[in-house]
Design a protein around this ligand. Structure first.
Ligand code: ASP
Length: 438
């Protein structure tokens, strides 16, 4: 049995955190492939090393360069000293400085956070250090190449029983370093797990799993013990941030579950993310997530129902303006489109003019400052009255519902409310399903 274990930045921000991680890895001999992030924040006002690296790179030819570089060096040195390692990163920093001065690329700069942390981790654990530039491959256009990567990872790690592979980056065939988007070490862990076909991908962070909802809205929300990939996808899309969205695909494809665990409370079970499960969720709903900042475009035209191609023509206008839509609830003679406000704001007049030309509506109206809230749960399909309870809770909280959309998978109900009702709406839904325990 073997596992891939990924540790996030806050799990590796100091020597003290490194020691917890070391204990976790040593406690289970199957934790054989370790994917570290760069050192994150040690306290809430601290700066992540990745952010320091971006800043340092941009200042490469300015006076403050040496100051920022010294700060980065000291972050690593503090860890090395705290772990009493004899490792020196001097040579690595010399190369880094030269490359920054030559302005080799911002992505190279950012990737050094994981690279250097990986070197420390490998020395601390006595594992083999493997640079992901050798095996995580991006194509000439900078797109991640899953197929080649899978083959390279399987080949490179075939005979390596214990390895540290830094997260977040890889390289093009010509050696140019490329990173994933922020938080991308999650993706590296998933890719390694998928390519090696391990039993479990453990993703260690600073919370005990995926929460039912956002802790900034509900104080100390319950955590979810088992969630399916599809449920998590819905929640992540609507703003739940525990795992990078793109980290699901490589393991899902290989049928490998993910276990989200807490480095600061390793005895807790955390959340299992699985393809499917017979386990009944403790509540009818699995999670609630939402986003602010949408607007709606209401279009009315009599006899719209019989005008073939109406919807396509309207949506084509959005396509031509490069705008994506979120939801399109419709009536007999009406259609409403929900769009991200910031995407829409710049082009609103072009869109309105375009729709006039395309379908000649009787009336159009824009409404701004709307939020979308997703109530997600595999248990909703088999429970009667879920929608009624959601809307009763919202009515009691005096929240006006502007839009309802039940996904055809019956996995989620999306509710649109005014931005100012966002928090009260989430509280009301959480209360009725979780606090009252039904
Ligand atoms: N260090 C990178 C970031 O801060 C990647 C990661 O931590 O996953 O986004």
């Amino acid at each position: 049995m073997k596992k891939v274990v990924k540790f996030g930045g806050s799990s590796l921000a100091s020597a003290e955190q490194f020691k917890k991680v070391g204990a976790i890895i040593r406690a289970d001999g199957t934790r054989r492939y370790v994917v570290p992030s760069a050192p994150g924040k040690r306290f809430s006002e601290d700066t992540k090393v990745t952010d320091l690296l971006y800043a340092c790179y941009r200042a490469a030819n300015e006076e403050i360069f040496q100051k920022v570089l010294a700060e980065i060096k000291s972050r690593y040195q503090e860890i090395i000293d705290g772990l009493e390692l004899s490792l020196s990163l001097e040579e690595d920093f010399k190369i880094l400085e030269e490359n920054f001065k030559r302005q080799i690329g911002e992505e190279y700069a950012a990737s050094r956070g994981e690279y250097l942390n990986g070197k420390i981790m490998a020395a601390y654990l006595g594992f083999t250090f493997i640079d992901p530039a050798e095996m995580i491959r991006f194509d000439g256009n900078g797109q991640f190449d899953a197929e080649i990567t899978e083959a390279l990872v399987a080949k490179r790690l075939k005979d390596v029983t214990e390895a540290v592979v830094p997260g977040f980056y890889g390289a093009k065939e010509n050696g140019e370093i490329k990173t994933f988007s922020r938080g991308g070490s999650d993706i590296t862990g998933s890719i390694i797990a998928g390519a090696l076909d391990v039993e479990l991908y453990e993703n260690w962070t600073d919370v005990s799993g995926v929460m039912v909802t956002d802790p900034r809205i509900i104080n100390n929300p319950k955590s979810i013990d088992t969630i399916t990939y599809r449920e998590l996808r819905e929640l992540s899309y609507m703003g739940a941030t525990v795992l990078h969205e793109d980290a699901i695909f490589p393991v899902r494809k290989a049928g490998i579950p993910i276990n989200i665990k807490n480095t600061n409370a390793p005895e807790e079970d955390g959340t299992m993310i699985v393809e499917d499960t017979c386990k009944k969720p403790p509540y009818t709903i699995t999670g609630i997530a939402g986003k602010k900042g949408f607007c709606s475009l209401f279009i009315e035209k009599s006899m719209m129902n019989s005008e073939i191609g109406f919807g396509r023509k309207v949506l084509q206008v959005l396509e031509e303006q490069g705008i994506s839509f979120e939801h399109v609830p419709s009536g007999i003679d009406t259609m409403t489109i929900f769009i991200h406000q910031d995407e829409f704001a710049e082009k609103e007049q072009q869109v309105i003019a375009g729709i006039h030309r395309a379908v000649n509506p009787d009336y159009m109206e824009l409404e701004t400052d709307l939020s979308l809230i997703a109530v997600v749960g595999r248990g909703m399909r088999s429970n009667r009255g879920t929608a009624a309870r959601i809307f009763a809770a919202l009515a009691h909280a005096n929240v006006n519902v502007r839009m309802i959309d039940q996904g055809s998978s019956e996995l989620n109900v999306i509710v649109g409310v005014k931005d100012e009702d966002f928090e009260p709406a989430i509280k009301a839904i959480y209360d009725i399903f979780v606090e009252t325990q039904v």
